[in-house]
Design a protein around this ligand. Structure first.
Ligand code: SF4
Length: 170
């Protein structure tokens, strides 16, 4: 259990850490604004798991649309100009998990902010960038010491690991 917790923490940390570099390399899709009808959203009860990548995750919702299954990630707060890279990678990992679990590749996923929804295309490029990121993370997994990736006290202030983090700015 502690291992899973640590892995999720590491995932979150590295998603933020690597996102800018990866965006340049992969040309991540910024997402297009869409309207979605929340009535068709089905809650996901258990996490999805893909053993080959040891990847697990639970989209907030799944939508069935024209025989396809679209993952939805819900974020609190108002929408940025374009979805954050970390959110795109998180959604991409859900697309991958949906494909591996249901044998049906989602053409896109949705990030739902308070005031706006974005559809992010699940392209082969995005999938490759995600797999590369996961491989990098596995390498970092064996490193004992990971330096803080930012100078933002506000980010540390809202961080759930502040109490045990030795590099907290808040
Ligand atoms: S407290 Fe700050 S430095 Fe530490 S993990 Fe959280 S965000 Fe990173």
């Amino acid at each position: 259990m502690l291992y899973v917790f640590f892995l999720l923490f590491l995932l979150a940390l590295i998603f933020f850490w690597r996102s800018n570099r990866q965006r340049n390399a992969a040309g991540l899709p910024g997402g297009r604004i869409v309207y979605t009808d929340t009535r068709g959203w089905g809650k996901v009860e258990k996490p999805l798991y893909y053993p080959a990548l040891a990847l697990t995750g639970k989209p907030d919702y799944l939508i069935e649309k024209n025989g396809q299954i679209i993952p939805v990630e819900v974020k609190s707060g108002r929408a940025p100009e374009a979805p954050y890279d970390s959110h795109i990678y998180q959604l991409a990992s859900y697309c991958l998990l949906v494909e591996k679990t249901y044998g049906n590749r989602p053409p896109y996923g949705i990030i739902h902010y308070e005031n706006r929804d974005f559809a992010v295309d699940y392209t082969r490029e995005l999938e490759s960038a995600l797999i590369e990121l996961i491989a990098d993370m596995r390498e970092d997994d064996v490193r004992g010491n990971i330096a803080r990736s930012h100078e933002q006290a506000s980010r540390c202030k809202g961080c759930g690991f502040r109490n045990i983090c030795e590099q907290s700015l808040a």
